[in-house]
Design a protein around this ligand. Structure first.
Ligand code: XBP
Ligand code: MG
Length: 234
């Protein structure tokens, strides 16, 4: 195993409820009486990417909106304000890293193991999460950061993982991806990247057939345990 590839949302941190609240903040700020509760958001998480998720919601619940001439601009504006609200929540410490993640990153660094990020989220979300919890220099700890800004096609398509592998100069089987969702697992499978799934409240119960292992926490997890999981791949 030459590199660990971290997903962000749901993996580095349980961010999705803060995302959900930020979407609701943006709707309220714009005067829309839409409210995404946890049950609806769990359904909407089938679609990756915040802008794509808003469009999915409108297709299902307010199809009349999609006929508006300014629909693309409206979705962009809503997502921009949502990102502002989400980053604000990160900055005031509302979204901690998942227990065990910081220790894993530090162990990887101390042993010289390459680490990278592959996410579909907006770049400023990743930067802010890292800066807040690991310091400004932590952005340089990752050999590369594949985010929603580098590839247009999001998970479950493999594009972001293929981009990261290209940047790392590694074959898929030399890496292990840490994911939380079925969309992330499918993206790994399509890129032939071995994948460990550690679930959260939003993703438990999804179909994780094909992952190397399915756990519920990173707490107390060592690099050696991850290497043992990686060794299980064919
Ligand atoms: C999860 C996503 C993202 C976030 C919302 O990304 O699908 O869309 O839910 O962030 P990952 P944005 O698990 O790949 O980190 O609104 O910035 O998309
Ligand atoms: Mg995720």
């Amino acid at each position: 195993m030459k590199a660990l590839i971290f997903d962000v949302d749901g993996t580095l941190a349980d961010t999705e409820d803060a995302h959900r609240k930020a979407f609701n903040d943006a709707f309220a700020e714009s005067g829309f009486e839409w409210h995404w509760d946890r049950v609806l958001y769990k359904h909407l998480l089938k679609v990756t990417g915040g802008k794509q998720r808003i469009r999915f919601f409108l297709e299902e619940k307010h199809p009349d909106f999609l006929g508006r001439d300014d629909i693309d601009a409206l979705i962009l504006a809503l997502h921009k304000s949502k990102t502002r609200f989400f980053v604000g929540r990160l900055k005031n410490g509302q979204v901690p890293l998942r227990p065990g993640i910081k220790e894993l990153i530090n162990e990887a660094r101390s042993t010289g193991l390459t680490i990278a990020i592959a996410t579909t989220t907006t770049p400023v979300n990743v930067e802010t999460l890292l800066r807040v919890h690991l310091g400004n220099e932590s952005l340089d700890w990752f050999a590369c950061i594949g985010d929603g800004g580098v590839v247009p096609v999001l998970k479950p398509e493999p594009d972001v993982y293929n981009w990261v592998l290209e940047k790392l100069g590694l074959d898929a089987h030399q890496t292990l991806a840490l994911e939380d969702s079925r969309n992330g697992l499918v993206a790994c499978e399509r890129a032939q990247v071995p994948c460990l799934v550690v679930t959260n409240d939003y993703t438990q119960g999804q179909d994780f057939g094909g992952c190397l292992a399915e756990w519920q926490s990173y707490e107390g997890v060592s690099l050696d345990q991850l290497k043992s999981v990686h060794a299980k791949h064919a």
